[in-house]
Design a protein around this ligand. Structure first.
Ligand code: CP
Length: 323
């Protein structure tokens, strides 16, 4: 008998194997027939609020909503909105113009669902790890909220990644999935890596995480994975290799290595001949990941990006079903 899945109020993180599985299956149905539930969102609006840049999340979420018959409206709040005050009780006699309490409540009154992107500062660990900015929208909007990437997680990306793994795995055993750190010149958030680990472990895959010493992820996301500091050893027998940069979590937001030997080339796959390579994009070519991998047979990056539409469609559809 199928387990009963409680409908979600918000889509912000991995919840359970059963719900993950249901969302993957729904997304694959939508991929085969994008207009399957065209009437489901008729007469409803989703507000996509960006506090940070985006290509894939911005466009795929709009396409997903339109596939469900919804009207999406995008607001680039970082550029087009008033400067927001986040602190309760603040005396607003400086640069901020509108309090999050007021802005989020107004947006909640305009939309049936809100979708929010709010990156971390990478300077205030306490605020970032509590997803403070994102949580303020959830607290004050009063409507279901979809995460378009918060300080700690990127669940729509992770759902798209799990859909892609499902499409590319016909083996009987659990696939060996490796999350490898790749070099970068900028301090990058942890959200994609955290979320990928959370969803991969949650979907019961065998996960190894490899990175230079000092790049350990927050244990709440990596617990249950094998941590291997030797990248070559980690890659042995891999079925899927997910490449991502992140800054240090312990020495919060700092770059402590730019070791170019961590960038994957074909030479790295001596002991993982059939491994597929994944990356959420955008990627800095020949810094984080080589041209030969990105343009070669192993690469699943375009399939992942396409699956962003159906991941968002499955997640929004789930929330609509809840209304
Ligand atoms: N992968 C991803 O979230 O891409 P964007 O930042 O372009 O939305």
């Amino acid at each position: 008998m199928a387990n009963i899945i409680q409908p979600l109020q918000h889509f912000t993180k991995f919840e359970s194997f059963d719900l993950g599985n249901q969302l993957i299956e729904k997304a694959l149905l939508y991929k085969a027939n994008p207009a399957l539930d065209k009437a489901k969102g008729a007469g409803k609006r989703i507000g996509c609020i960006f506090l940070n840049p985006s290509l894939r999340t911005r466009v795929s979420t709009q396409l997903a909503a339109m596939n469900l018959g919804m009207e999406p409206i995008v607001l680039n709040m970082d550029k087009e909105g008033w400067a927001l005050e986040m602190q309760d009780g603040a005396v607003m006699n400086r640069g901020t113009v509108e309090h999050i309490k007021d802005a989020a409540a107004v947006l909640g009154s305009y939309f049936d669902i809100l979708a929010i992107r709010a990156f971390p500062s990478l300077t205030n660990k306490e605020e970032d790890t509590s997803d403070f900015v994102f949580s303020q929208f959830v607290k004050y909007s009063g409507v279901p909220v979809v995460s378009l990437e918060s300080a700690t997680r990127h669940p729509l990306q992770s759902l798209a990644d799990q859909i892609t793994i499902r499409e590319n795995w016909a083996g009987k055993k659990k696939p060996k999935v490796v999350l490898t750190w790749g070099p970068h010149i900028k301090a990058i958030p942890h959200a994609v890596a955290n979320s990928f680990a959370e969803w991969t472990l949650g979907m019961d895959h065998d996960l190894t995480i490899t990175h230079p010493v000092g790049y350990e992820l927050d244990e709440q996301f990596s617990k249950g994975a094998t941590i291997e500091y030797n990248q070559s050893k980690a890659l042995e027998g891999a079925d899927f290799v997910y490449v991502k940069n992140w800054s240090s979590f312990n020495d919060y937001g700092k770059i402590i290595s730019t070791d170019a030997s961590w960038m994957l080339t074909e030479n790295h796959f001596e002991n993982a001949e059939n491994a597929k390579v994944m990356h959420c994009l955008p990627v800095r070519r020949n810094l984080e990941l080589s041209d030969e991998i990105l343009d070669g047979e192993r690469s699943l990056v375009q399939q992942q990006a396409k699956n962003r539409i159906f991941a968002a469609q499955a997640a929004i559809s789930h929330l609509l079903g809840n209304k």
